[in-house]
Design a binder for this molecule. Structure first.
Ligand SMILES: Nc1ncnc2c1ncn2[C@@H]1O[C@H](COP(=O)(O)OP(=O)(O)O)[C@@H](O)[C@H]1O
Ligand SMILES: O=P(O)(O)OC[C@H](O)CO
Length: 474
């Protein structure tokens, strides 16, 4: 309900601002939704009220569920990639199907409602749309292909819910929304300042950024740096199954009859969130404005490496037992070095992903389009370019996710709209070029890999035999 209330407040506030800058609410043609993906809501069909709090994408309580599901894989294989051919995803606490199974197993009110057929499931797009279009009275229960592709319940080829996947997770089909394309009429807003206006697009935030960056051709890629960091590489109408730890996901489908475009995705769970941790838990910074200033006061990170694997490592490692480490500390290390190492951590994680993309797609990327909250930081973009050895192009319009959803919404009401056409505020993008040698870059990346080794499997690692005996004796 907090999520719904915030969106309603946002709508009222945005409409007031529109009027304040001389616009008219009546001029709004249509509405698009873009949303945080994978986060899972279950509610009651009769009351329209949530049965339990939402589980947010980063939430790791589902780790034990992954363990239990791995045990059910035939031949004792415990293979996290077992379902990849069907849904394009590895088994991980990240995805909605695992969260739903956790809710079924741990929250009796949810399992009872699933049995009775009164439970409804949705990712955040579906939950918002249901409420915006009338809730229990007449709310529509729909999602789009991009969000559905993050549940582990949709077949990546048919783009429909898959009976085998539902069976694997032990979930009933009755709870699921109808899967639609990303750009079509979903329903109309039931009340409030936008009453009567249609909702005509839904795109998960990272796919919306792909559209907003106009990466609409095969071979184009973008990286969005917010809480996490997500690289999407457009593979066109072909499904590319990664053998290097990337996800196969739906990029977009712009209309019921349109050909779906797929993407390879590299997901990094902690990017900007590492700075929230430095601020809230470590008191090393007070606000994000300080990050660049502090990191610029030192020439380098003094060989400090920070792997912010707070909730395991996502792509390309998919190691839910990894935990954060800071290595290379010395007497000379200062807060500034740690702040700089945190910026570099995001850059190295992106290098991990780009290396996998290169291996899967064979062609190295020449340029990387970037957007998201962290990209206001000039030093960060220079480090990104240096540590990957690639040209980085900053988006002209910062809110690329919102822009992508708006473009897809307009496409549904104006079919002649050319989504590739230059946007009114576009122009040449600022290009940031690498400024360090390949030798330096590769040396630092090797050190990063050493830090990664120290973080992997931390939760399940046991002390070597001799050390354990010494510890037990003590
Ligand atoms: N100048 C900056 N340097 C580095 N990180 C920043 C800076 N400004 C904001 N951030 C980080 O960017 C994130 C917010 O970006 P945003 O795109 O709004 O994320 P989200 O969409 O996930 O909420 C925060 O985690 C914050 O720490
Ligand atoms: O905006 P972020 O970084 O919180 O992204 C959320 C993603 O949709 C999670 O998959």
């Amino acid at each position: 309900m907090a999520i719904v209330n915030t969106v309603n407040e946002c709508i009222t506030g945005a409409c007031k601002k529109l009027v304040a800058v001389g616009g008219k609410v009546e001029e709004i043609i249509t509405i698009g939704i873009t949303n945080q993906r994978e986060s899972t809501v279950v509610w009651d069909r009769n009351s329209g009220q949530p049965l339990v709090n939402a589980i947010i994408w980063l939430d790791n309580r589902t780790t034990s569920t992954v363990e239990e599901l791995l045990e059910t894989i035939p031949n004792n294989a415990r293979n996290i990639n077992y379902l990849r051919p069907l849904c394009g995803l590895p088994l991980s606490p990240y995805f909605s199907g695992v969260k739903l199974r956790w809710l079924r197993d741990n929250v009796p009110v949810v399992s009872q409602a699933m049995e009775k057929g009164t439970a409804m499931f949705g990712t955040i797009d579906t939950w918002l749309m249901y409420n915006l279009t009338g809730g229990k009275d007449c709310g529509v229960h729909k999602t789009d292909v991009t969000n559905a592709s993050r549940t582990m319940l949709m077949n990546i080829e048919t783009l429909q819910w898959d009976a085998n996947l539902l069976k694997f997770f032990g979930l009933p089909k009755t709870i699921l929304p109808e899967i639609c394309s990303s750009s079509e009429f979903y329903g109309s807003i039931a009340q409030g300042v936008l009453q009567g206006i249609g909702i005509t697009s839904v795109l998960g935030d990272q796919q919306a950024a792909l559209v907003g960056q106009q990466c609409l051709a095969k071979g184009q890629a973008k990286a969005t740096y917010g809480t996490g960091c997500f690289l999407l590489y457009n593979t066109g109408p072909s499904i590319v199954h990664s053998t290097h730890g990337l996800l196969t996901t739906v990029g977009y489908q712009l209309g019921r009859k349109a050909v779906p475009f797929y993407a390879l995705e590299g997901s990094v769970s902690i990017a900007g969130a590492a700075f929230n941790w430095l601020r809230d838990n470590m008191n090393l910074i007070q606000n994000s404005g300080q990050i660049e200033t502090m990191a610029s006061t030192v020439d380098n990170s003094l060989d400090v490496y920070f792997v912010p694997a707070f909730n395991g490592l996502y792509a390309p490692y998919w190691n839910q037992d990894a935990r954060g480490v800071i290595c290379g500390l010395s007497e000379e290390t200062t807060s500034e070095h740690i702040v700089r190492a945190t910026l570099e951590a995001v850059c190295f994680q992106v290098r991990d992903i780009l290396d996998s993309m290169h291996k899967d797609c064979k062609i190295p990327l020449a340029k990387l389009m970037v957007d998201g909250g962290m990209t206001v930081n000039n030093l960060f973009l220079q480090l990104q370019s240096d540590l990957v050895g690639i040209q980085v192009l900053r988006a002209k319009i910062a809110e690329t996710t919102a822009l992508g959803a708006a473009m897809a919404a307009y496409k549904a009401v104006e079919n002649r709209y050319q989504m590739e056409a230059p946007l009114s505020k576009s122009g040449p993008r600022e290009a940031i070029k690498p400024s360090i040698s390949a030798t330096d870059r590769n040396l630092r990346y090797q050190k990063w890999k050493m830090a990664i080794d120290r973080s992997l499997n931390w939760e399940t690692s046991t002390l070597p035999q001799g050390e354990r005996e010494a510890f037990d004796g003590a």
